[in-house]
Design a protein around this ligand. Sequence first.
Ligand code: FAD
Length: 538
Amino acid sequence: STIMTTKLLLAFAFCRLIATVGLNMGPAAELPRLGIDGLLTVDPSDIETASIDFGLMTRNSPLAVLHPASADDVAKLIRTAAETAEYGGFTVSARGHGHSINGQAQTGNGVVIEMSGGGRRHRRGGGRAVSPPPPSPVVSEKERFVDVWGGELWIDVLKWTLGYGLAPRSWTDYLYLSVGGTLSNGGISGQAFNHGPQISNVHELDVVTGNGEIVKCSNEENSDLFHAVLGGLGQFGIITRARILLEPAPQRVRWIRVLYSNFEAFTKDQEWLISLHSKTNNEKFDYVEGFVIVDEGLINNWRSSFFSPANPVKISSFSNNKPDGGVLYCLEITKSYHESASHTVHQEVEALLKELHYIPESVFTTDLGYVDFLDRVHKAELKLRSKGLWDVPHPWLNLFVPKSRIADFDRGVFKGILGNNTSGPILIYPMNKHKWDPRTSAVTPEDDVFYLVALLRSALDNGEPTQSLEYLSHQNHQILAFCSENGIEVKQYLPHYTTEEEWAEHFGDKWPEFQARKMKFDPRHILATGQKIFPPFK
Ligand code: FAD
């Protein structure tokens, strides 16, 4: 039809324009609008931001960046991409807060959609004010949910919902991540044993598929798309709205750390604590995490200022309890409460602590506001930023390790490959598999219980060989090789692979379904090509 031809011609003109003059256009240049209300730009600062991520190990410049004003804008851009795909058009990658490690939100031959609001709100381009951000979130107190734009950051979701005395139930350790970004992976923290990951705490989504359609989906409606998108690594659509489950917000948090020198005692206690998920609230902790201490020196690490700087805790003070491996393990637990219940918290905590097998003199307790606890990593970020240690390469490795092999992992990795130098925190905590919906795209190991082991390391260019990017990346390879040689069937969380064989192995039984869903929802392979799962433009 004439309309179709006109649209195609327009789209073609758009692609050619971008491809030929793209990066040379000044910030004031107008790109074809494609009926978009937001801002489509080739401003060098927009391009630069969209070219990098938190990992700082991969760089890929997009042809243009879109600051959308609505889901319609997202749909219009994707429709144009889909219609021109067979002529080698352009790809589209949503970018939340760009906190990926390996370029997952980047694209070199397409447009990055900046989903998170910060830039959009303050930006002007081409002399034209950008449209206002999408409508404010809707909070329903009665049914306890909030509807938010897919690019919102969790810190903002928290602030809005607290205004109603409510808060999401399942978190990540760090809140400056976007809703769409964490739902595309899983979204985990110490609450996951109890409430499941964030993808188990979302009721409904609006998704713009790779066909450019805006589809409302949930467990009941368009459920195939709903499950595909959750943990779907951005492969099936762009989340523009998410309906997130809420609970009455606690006001305060009792935060406790205890140390172990014996790995078996540590993991037995962690596993016991997460087995209490079905108990009433006062018979379990609200958050169960832990970390490994292999470095000599202070127990402080950048994740929090838990241990007082005035009274640093030295590992050597526990040397009598040190096993041959020289590694200590710290269990981290919290009890959230309402101020009106502060008198019972102490007893509840004591009753649970009595059942644990930590080094007796190693109990550290602090008490703080709920938001201060949830936002704890941001405080550490500010400190690192002030020392110039935040914007450095992050060769992070996140693994799900089956419970049945975690002791082997400890022997081979914590007490073996790592030596006594870690260059960053190493988290370890178990989760209950049954809290993960098997219909979603997320991949977990076979065992009923599996551990997250997160090696969150920063590479420094300070002449110290064991802190270099090469050294840490090599260690990551050694760890993966150790697991594979010893038949430890780990799954990468926030996975990074480059070949189809690796992806097929990662998804295992879910691979055929993952491929079929791709055929259905993004048949031309336009979306999130930075994940390197499917080659673009099928
Ligand atoms: P981006 O990096 O912008 O995007 C990630 C992927 O999702 C890309 O493929 C992108 O195309 C896609 N995507 C982005 N937005 C959308 C959307 N709206 N719809 C569809 N696809 C989209 N994870 C945890 O689970 N728990 C933690 O405690 C945790 N802590 C972290 C702490 C730090 C300091 C950092 C850097 C990361 C942490 N992460 C954690 C990992 C984090 O959840 C993922 O990296 C997540 O992808 C980051 O969200 P983002 O908004 O920055 O996503």
